[in-house]
Design a protein around this ligand. Structure first.
Ligand code: PLP
Length: 397
């Protein structure tokens, strides 16, 4: 009889979003018609920009025309999109060859699939609190996981130390859920560590477009030594509202070699075996993001989320509550007031002011006592949520 992958039994149930849905559902049953101020969402709320919509329409028309029709696309991505992404990196002074860029259907897919490149016996290091997919993808592969806790003392940006033994190092910057961003110096320390120990960094740059401080790195490849130790995984989900349209990209430099094997070539082999490429239509829509008009329009949308961040940070500043994130990331990570646990705080906000956020405990044990506020919500709702938060907590602070 077939033996299934028993590691699935080792996965811990994630009750986070299920519990949130249960609790908000129960509240709405008891208080029908109540409007909830949703500050927990990890999805975007603004539609695709017009440059993308026009490109998608034109690509749909191409598919109906005998001369312009496209069948299977190249598995690793259409040259026009790989070149457009290389141009985007060049603006950050990162020189990439288009064949170091792999077009994907999104960062989630890649974060799971990329593990095909590594021995299941290797060890993965996850800095916590963390985006839950990192842990789960490695549990499914049966990989040993080292949890590296982060906290207020290091600004939720842990530093390497020589006692760490890990092969795969996950770094998410700007971070979900904490919104913390690695400085060049702090990121360099991890690059030096990885090169010294032969580890590989999986750099999740899904929120790079939210960085506004010019001193902070958008890409790990802005730093010296990254080409011999890092893979960067990025997505247009939050950058350009592609959560439901699906498009991302992964950078694997040609110099990334372990045991004499070139990871770029291995990934070409993987993609040509396991995918038939991303749809022509979606890749055309994605390429429009990298045009001057597309860049202008997506930045306008990001500014709307950033205005939400300012409103929420303003409320927390007034209340004198500790938080990080918000400035260079779409998430704000706040300490729960009065020593409340994150679920206690969730309940207070829901019951007293109808604001829904995300309890930090859902992102790993060191997220307990913290709470994530998202800036992807509706601006009017965000203002009202901030007003209610200020009113509720003014005596707590
Ligand atoms: N990485 C991080 C840190 C995320 O927060 C998310 C989505 O919320 C993703 C990756 C997944 O992005 P995608 O929509 O491209 O799958």
């Amino acid at each position: 009889m077939i033996t299934v992958n028993r590691h699935y039994a080792d996965l811990k149930d994630s009750y986070l979003f299920y519990n949130i849905a249960q609790k908000t559902g129960a509240y709405l049953d008891a208080h029908p018609g109540t409007h909830l101020y949703r500050m927990g969402i990890g999805d975007v709320s603004l539609p695709l920009c017009s440059a993308v919509i026009q490109a998608l329409h034109a690509a749909v028309d191409d598919q109906g025309d005998k001369l312009r029709f496209h069948g299977y696309m190249p598995e690793c991505g259409a040259p026009f999109l790989r070149e457009a992404i290389a141009g985007y990196y060049a603006e950050k002074h990162v020189v990439l060859s288009p064949d170091e860029i792999f077009v994907s259907s999104g960062a989630s897919d890649e974060l799971g699939d990329i593990l095909d490149l590594f021995d299941p016996k290797s060890t993965a290091l996850v800095m916590e609190p963390a985006y839950p997919a990192y842990v789960d993808a490695n549990v499914i592969a049966g990989r040993n996981i080292v949890h590296l806790p982060a906290g207020e003392e290091n600004g939720f940006l842990p530093e390497p130390d020589e006692n760490i033994q890990a092969d795969l190092l996950y770094i998410c910057s700007p971070n979900n859920p904490t919104g913390a961003v690695f400085s060049r110096e702090k990121l360099q320390a991890w690059i030096d560590f990885a090169n010294k120990h032969g580890s590989i960094i999986l750099f999740d740059a899904a929120y790079e477009a939210f960085i506004e401080d010019p001193a902070l790195p958008h890409s790990i490849f802005e730093l010296e030594g990254a080409r011999t130790c890092a893979i960067e995984i990025c997505s247009l989900s939050k950058t350009a509202g592609f959560t439901g349209t699906r498009l991302g990209y992964t950078v694997i430099p040609k110099e990334l070699v372990r045991q004499g094997m070139h990871l770029n070539a291995m990934w070409v082999r993987n993609r040509t075996t396991k995918t038939n490429g991303v749809s022509y239509i979606i890749q055309k829509g994605g390429a429009a993001v990298f045009t001057p008009q597309g860049q202008k329009q997506i930045r306008e949308n990001i500014q709307i989320y950033k205005s939400n961040a300012k409103v929420l940070m303003g409320a927390l500043d007034k209340l004198n509550l500790w938080y990080c994130g918000g400035k260079n990331a779409p998430y704000i990570w706040m300490r729960c007031p009065g020593g409340m646990t994150s679920w206690e705080f969730f309940d207070v906000l829901l019951q007293k002011i109808q604001v829904v956020g995300t309890p930090g405990a859902g992102f790993g044990t060191c997220g307990e006592g913290y709470f994530r506020l998202s800036t992807f919500g509706d601006p009017a709702d965000t203002k009202e949520a901030a007003r209610r938060l200020t009113e509720l907590l003014k005596n707590h602070a």
